[in-house]
Design a protein around this ligand. Structure first.
Ligand SMILES: *[C@@H]1O[C@H](CO)[C@@H](O)[C@H](O)[C@H]1NC(C)=O
Ligand SMILES: *[C@@H]1O[C@H](CO)[C@@H](O)[C@H](O)[C@H]1NC(C)=O
Ligand SMILES: *[C@@H]1O[C@H](CO)[C@@H](O)[C@H](O)[C@H]1NC(C)=O
Ligand SMILES: *[C@@H]1O[C@H](CO)[C@@H](O)[C@H](O)[C@H]1NC(C)=O
Length: 433
């Protein structure tokens, strides 16, 4: 008698929970339908409101309820499939000088089915840095995530609030690198260019008037897939709510590169910012606990920790994470592009293929010393002849575990650093499926 009573109570509780979740799901669906209207303002905290989640206060369940739980989960994933309908949301995560613009093009070139955005978070970072005179990592991570979520749903509202000057009637001339998104330069988003006004604001080979973000949003909604490239997200973990969001089917691609090569490249590209490093390279000792070295270590740790989360394959990231090394892309661009497309589940179009072919040929022709296809393995390791050994050592001390995880060999002497017969790139397969 008592057992029966307990069972029915448990059963009742379970039903209530199912009922509750169904309500949440139908509310979520309503919201989603509404959301098809572009530019509908969303609450900034929309993410946490719409996510059906347990808050740890469920009563403990018996064996019987395992079946019910299972059914609920099945229902939940069915729902997830229905709401995204094969639509993919690709987030290319990188840091500067890792070839992310090049890899971004793999998706930018996909064709009429893809809406691609290049570094939209630039505006968010800029505004947060101006506002607070420094970045609060927690606040920034949340802002990045909220903006990304809206953009994946073709809603520019929140991003607009970070654009300076503030767009008027959703019109702006200030979107960072608009011309890097072919989706923002195509006919449906290219309003007439008026001579003399916004002369600088061009779109690749054509000229467009100011960007109408309502038009951009409408165009985005027509596309099947969406891709965003960003060098600003610090920790993959902070994006977990995106992976769990039933409106999205997010695929994360993390792009990494040998930190010694990254530093060598930044010392050239951002000479002023890297002045200390240049001074150290020329002479003088690198202070052990210098801010710059601490920053380098912090960056390496962030990259490594994100990759460790991804490679560990927690349930929320299953089939959603892929790690790619710059060096592999440089050496085997077509193979890696094919793998990336396979991972995302999006067709690898002939446009992408021909773009890659054109661009690897161009780089061979124009690469001077490395012309006549001297071989891209050498190309990828040419930093070894510009970065002094002592700087390489500093990087190895600060980034040891990162080098190890990604298969970059440390060097123990100047001779080893500049010995062409030894590659510092280990063959490494990162399992992501
Ligand atoms: C968790 O659930 C309990 C019981 O339903 C509720 O009282 C509480 O407010 C919830 N907490 C959060 C953070 O949602
Ligand atoms: C950073 O932002 C979070 C979230 O907005 C806030 O709770 C915290 O107090 C901030 N920290 C600092 C040091 O300002
Ligand atoms: C921007 O585009 C929308 C949708 O096409 C249109 O209704 C609106 O008038 C445009 N705004 C301007 C200022 O042209
Ligand atoms: C390219 O260079 C690497 C390292 O120097 C060497 O191992 C490889 O065999 C070379 N490949 C070709 C095609 O020459």
């Amino acid at each position: 008698m008592r057992i029966k009573y307990t069972l029915s109570v448990v059963f009742f509780v379970a039903l209530v929970i199912i009922e509750k979740e169904n309500n949440i799901i139908s509310r979520v669906s309503d919201k989603l339908t509404l959301k098809q209207t572009p530019q509908t303002p969303l609450h900034h905290s929309g993410i946490s409101q719409t996510l059906p989640k347990h808050n740890g206060s469920f009563p403990s369940f018996g064996k019987m309820d395992f079946m019910l739980m299972k059914r609920r989960l099945e229902k939940y994933s069915e729902h997830q499939e229905v709401t995204t309908k094969g639509r993919k949301h690709i987030l290319l995560l990188a840091t500067t000088r890792t070839g992310s613009s090049f890899v971004g093009e793999f998706f930018n070139q996909q064709g009429d089915n893809m809406f691609y955005l290049f570094e939209p978070l630039w505006h968010v970072e800029k505004m947060l840095t101006l506002d607070t005179g420094g970045t609060n990592a927690t606040a920034a991570a949340k802002a990045y995530r909220d903006v990304l979520k809206q953009l994946f749903l073709c809603d520019f509202t929140l991003l607009e609030s970070f654009i300076e000057p503030l767009p008027v009637n959703h019109i702006t001339t200030a979107l960072f690198r608009r011309e890097s998104s072919s989706s923002l330069c195509e006919d449906s988003v290219c309003s007439p260019f008026i001579k003399g006004v916004f002369e600088r604001y061009h779109c690749r080979t054509r000229r467009c008037g100011p960007l109408n973000l309502t038009m951009a949003s409408e165009s985005c909604l027509q596309k099947e897939h969406r891709a965003i490239k960003s060098v600003r997200v610090r920790q993959l973990e902070t994006l977990r709510p995106l992976a769990e969001d039933p409106h999205l089917d997010v695929k994360f691609i993390q792009l990494v590169r040998d930190p010694r090569a990254v530093l060598a490249s930044r010392m050239v590209a951002f000479a002023a910012k890297y002045k200390n490093w240049k001074d150290w390279a020329m002479g003088g000792d690198v202070p052990i606990d210098d801010d710059e070295v601490r920053k380098l270590k912090g960056n390496c740790d962030n990259i490594r920790m994100s990759a460790q989360v991804g490679l560990r394959q927690p349930p929320w990231l299953r089939r959603r994470y892929m790690l790619v090394r710059y060096e592999d892309i440089a050496r085997f661009p077509m193979r890696k592009a094919t793998e990336m497309y396979k991972f995302t589940g999006i067709p690898f179009t002939p446009q992408v293929k021909s773009w890659i072919l054109k661009n690897i040929q161009a780089s061979k022709e124009t690469s001077g010393v490395y012309s006549t296809q001297k071989n891209s393995s050498e190309q990828v390791e040419k930093w070894r002849f510009s970065l002094p050994f002592k700087i390489a050592q500093v990087v190895q001390r600060a980034c040891g575990p990162t080098l190890k995880l990604f298969g970059y060999k440390s060097v123990s002497s100047e001779e080893m650093l500049t010995d062409k017969s030894v590659s510092l790139i280990e063959d490494k397969v990162f399992n992501f499926l």
